[in-house]
Design a protein. Structure first.
Length: 95
């Protein structure tokens, strides 16, 4: 019950740490490829060259396969880990 004239403080979180981390990882891991593609695009009068799209696709394949393999192999043999919160993964795969 709030009495008249009383004040309450509420803390509302507006910064989602999971989204911030995913955005930072995506930007950090793909920034060189995006900059290379943009540089080639500007240099070719805004026509896609052979290097830019191939670099982005190759980087995405590397990130998906090699980084996932390293993360899986880093877990010791008897230990088992599972992902509990898969909602963010479902959202990112459907976009």
């Amino acid at each position: 019950e709030v009495h008249s004239g009383a004040r309450r403080k509420f803390r509302i979180s507006i910064w989602n740490a999971t989204i911030a981390n995913l955005s930072l990882m995506a930007l950090g891991s793909s920034a060189p490829e995006i900059l290379l593609s943009a540089t080639e695009l500007v240099g070719n009068n805004y026509y896609a060259g052979r290097l830019g799209p191939s670099t982005i696709v190759g980087s995405a394949a590397f990130n998906l396969l090699v980084i996932t393999a390293v993360c899986i192999s880093a877990i010791p043999a008897p230990e088992v880990r599972t992902i509990e919160g898969t909602d963010v993964f479902i959202v990112t795969t459907t976009i």
